[in-house]
Design a protein around this ligand. Structure first.
Ligand code: NAD
Ligand code: UD1
Length: 338
């Protein structure tokens, strides 16, 4: 089976490509490198000891996308390509709608034209907005509070409409919780541009000395220690969820929507402590004001994933912290150092 991986040079895509190849799939990577570099793919090739077809192009460019389908017999698409920074999406909404929504539209048009109707889409727990309670099941109401989240929600609806119009489409919507960690080799990992927005890269860059102090955004939430609680999931577990999705995709008789999380919520202070224990490094922090748009608690009910995908997260918080740290220590400047 040949899988097109859009955004395959990125953080989650690169880890998924490894598992795809290890599971016997043929892979074609398509990426415009707007938030990644060829170096990640070179390192993936080194891990799997195999050359991987890599095409530079943009999902919004129909000709670029058609050229892949002309050159390769693609059976299914795993669609990671997208912009993902919440704050940036508030400043540049049109760029987010263009890249994420229009890009997915073009991709689906080309898939339809070439008779490839199987797609696994990277959605996000952000589509649950501020949930009424936790743990969150897939049937919770959806809402969006920023353009990034709205782009995910709209794409989910667009794909649902596509299925309604043509039942030959096989669609899996994977709602990721908070991916962290890295491949155990320490050669690939998350490489954010500039100062990180997300917690784990901020912690690792503080521990390695690039940043001086972690600001903990609020200590007066209704949680066990007052700091925000999230469902952190190892990126390799997350990647495995995509392999499981491909295993069931041909059997689907409706759009399948699944949470990929661990079901365990850790607070910011829990994460600092776990990281310090795993790395032996101190993470200086200070309490800062709440970040606009943040919620108190977000963690998954992962039982549906177990039922329909026979998937559950296996790696614990210690492994997540150790692997994040190994990547950061070996690559203090991410891929840019090479
Ligand atoms: P990433 O930025 O590392 O990877 C995305 C890849 O897509 C990058 O390599 C980028 O260059 C590429 N890309 C972006 N726009 C493109 C375009 N128009 N044409 C071709 N390639 C393009 O991000 P990631 O963390 O690996 O996330 C992958 C997907 O998962 C994204 O859709 C993201 O929204 C979603 N997601 C991520 C998280 C997270 O915390 N990382 C959480 C929930 C959902
Ligand atoms: C963010 C995005 C969300 C996206 C998710 C996964 C926002 C508002 N939301 O969620 O849409 O789906 O990433 O990519 O950006 N924290 C600190 N100090 C920091 C950074 C974070 O205290 O320097 C806290 C946050 O307040 C939060 C927790 O750490 O409680 C996790 O934050 P983060 O890693 O940014 O993820 P989310 O806020 O869950």
């Amino acid at each position: 089976m040949k899988i097109l991986v859009t955004g395959g040079a990125g953080y989650i895509g690169s880890h998924t490509v490894i598992l795809l190849i290890e599971s016997g799939y043929d892979v074609v990577i398509f990426d415009n490198f707007s938030n990644s570099s060829k170096e990640s793919v070179a390192r993936v090739e080194n891990i799997v000891q195999k050359k991987i077809p890599l095409i530079k192009g943009d999902i919004r460019n129909k000709e670029d996308v058609e050229n892949i389908f002309k050159a390769h017999n693609i059976d299914a698409v795993i669609h990671f390509a997208g912009l993902k920074a919440v704050g940036e999406s508030v400043e540049q909404p049109l760029r987010y709608y263009d890249n994420n929504i229009y890009g997915t539209l073009v991709l689906c048009e080309v898939m339809q034209k070439y008779g490839c109707k199987s797609i696994v889409f990277s959605s996000s727990a952000t589509v649950y907005g501020d949930p009424l309670s936790t743990p969150i099941t897939e049937s919770f109401p959806c809402s969006a509070t920023n353009p990034y989240g709205r782009s995910k929600l709209f794409i989910e609806e667009m794909l649902q409409d596509l299925y309604t119009s043509d039942k030959a489409w096989k669609i899996v919507l994977l709602r990721y919780f908070n991916p962290i960690g890295a491949h155990e080799s320490g050669t690939i990992g998350e490489d954010p541009n500039g100062i990180p927005n997300n917690l784990m890269p901020y912690i690792t860059q503080t521990a390695v000395g690039k940043l001086s102090c972690l600001g903990v955004f609020g200590d007066d939430y209704d949680t066990h220690d007052g700091t925000g609680v999230r469902d952190y999931i190892h990126v390799v577990d997350l990647a495995e969820g995509h392999i499981k999705a491909l295993e069931v995709i041909d059997t689907l008789e409706e759009v399948l929507t699944v949470n990929l999380g661990t079901g365990i919520g850790y607070s910011v202070l829990d994460m600092v402590k776990a990281f310090e224990e795993a790395s032996g490094k101190e993470v200086p922090f200070c309490i800062a004001p709440r970040r606009a748009g943040d919620i108190a608690k977000c963690y998954a009910d992962p039982s549906y994933a177990k039922e329909v995908l026979q998937w559950e997260a296996k790696k614990n918080i210690v492994q997540m912290c150790e692997d994040s740290w190994r990547w950061q220590q070996n690559n203090p400047n991410g891929y840019k150092g090479s």
